[in-house]
Design a protein around this ligand. Structure first.
Ligand code: FEO
Length: 395
């Protein structure tokens, strides 16, 4: 169903209420998602992005109900990833010669995915496209927000920034704008999206926000490729990205662990007690890794100033969920955070030493040697875990 964005600009995307995973199942989309495509009907008719391949036929049918397909003057592919370009092959069957405006890297990604030699028109930072009625689309390179091919486009006159992935959320809602939805849900999903998708590129995000600010564009509305757009104070999400990109942390310490016979779980709780005894202001969260999705856990790490990671030793190493946590955390390239390791063992007991090294490799500043307890923790062992919690809080 077509929805009005502003004046002659319409949303024609797909709300995917049921999707539970993005990037395969790497990112748990508990609140679904949407693939936002926009139709600009000025003197020129311009389509901005498409939707996921799963909805290609439905999308092209809806589009053809709104506009004769051969009246589309051009298509902007702001980013080649399949969630936005997936319906292109179906659409281009109908209008194979229609110009596609995109970055040079997007040509590579589209050719790589669809093996078609469409009518590509490469655009660069600052290039402008006249769409009639005195309005233009100005392209802004957004490399790594989210892929090397990403672009945004600013529409003059209506002052709309088509930001593609940047500023989006995996958040299914029938509403197009931030002022129409639950603010807690919106900001939770915007942060989760940043922490999982953009955090590894925070240095580039900072630079891009500075460049965007320097352009001094009169942005009245940001429309994204996922979730809601921002029309009430659109600057707020730009400011949030600037804050999140700048070694973000809250007054939180997160304890993550896995456990076989509850020994390491008991240590986790004793460490939490120690932190709270030492610092009554800090927010402490304890997470059993095997029971949670890593894309949720990483948000807690993103918010934390320190993380304690626990695993018993199994087969001379750590448990799978803890290994996956350390790996994922390394990929996120988080800065300015501390880590500490703990765990029980029966025989060889390598887990704590390995975790110290893995968290160091992930860029964390490791606190001490860790808390390593043989067999099930007795009262003395729990006291030493409480002390270790105090040490973490002091650090
Ligand atoms: Fe929403 Fe990078 O695709």
């Amino acid at each position: 169903m077509k929805k009005l964005v502003k004046n002659n600009v319409y949303w024609l995307g797909k709300v995917d209420w049921g999707v539970k995973g993005f990037h395969g199942d790497e990112f748990a989309t508990h609140r679904g998602s949407s693939y936002n495509s926009y139709l600009i009907q000025e003197e020129k008719t311009v389509l901005v992005d498409t939707v996921s391949a799963s909805f290609a036929k439905e999308f092209v049918e809806n589009l053809s109900n709104e506009v004769e397909l051969n009246k589309i003057d051009c298509i902007l592919v702001l980013h080649g990833e399949g969630d936005h370009s997936g319906a292109l092959p179906e659409l281009m069957k109908h209008i194979p010669d229609t110009p596609i405006y995109c970055s040079a890297n997007a040509v590579k990604s589209l050719k790589g995915q669809y093996h078609q030699d469409w009518n590509f028109n490469v655009v660069k930072n600052g290039d402008k496209l006249d769409i009639g009625n005195g309005k233009e689309l100005m392209f802004i390179e957004m490399a790594m927000l989210h892929w090397p091919d990403s672009l945004a486009a600013f529409m003059t006159g209506d002052n709309i920034l088509f930001s593609n992935d940047a500023f989006g959320q995996h958040y299914a809602t029938g509403k197009l704008f931030n002022d129409q939805v639950d603010q807690c849900e919106l900001m939770q999903e915007a942060m989760k999206y940043y922490a999982n998708i953009l955090a590894p590129f925070s240095m580039l995000v900072k630079r891009k926000i500075a460049e965007l600010t320097a352009l001094n564009l009169p942005i009245e509305m940001i429309v994204t490729s996922h979730g809601t757009g921002w029309r009430e104070n659109p600057q707020q999400i730009i400011d949030k990205y600037d804050e999140w990109a700048n070694n973000y942390q809250e007054n939180q310490i997160t304890i993550v662990y896995d456990t076989m016979y509850n020994g390491t779980k008991e240590l986790a709780e004793a460490i939490a007690e120690g932190i709270e005894l030492e610092d009554q202001d800090v927010l402490v969260k304890v997470i059993h890794l095997a029971k949670h999705d890593l894309s949720d856990v990483i948000v807690e790490v993103f918010k934390s100033k320190a993380v304690a990671v626990g695993s018993p030793t199994i087969l001379n190493d750590v448990m799978n969920s803890v290994a996956a946590f350390a790996h994922y955390t390394k990929l996120m390239k988080l800065k300015n955070k501390k880590a500490a390791a703990f765990g029980c063992y029966g025989w060889s007991g390598e887990a704590v030493k390995l975790l110290n090294q893995r968290m160091k490799d992930a860029g964390f500043d490791v606190i001490g040697e860790g808390c390593r307890i043989s067999w099930a923790p007795d009262e003395d062992a729990k006291k030493s875990a409480v002390e270790f919690g105090r040490t973490i809080a002091k650090a």
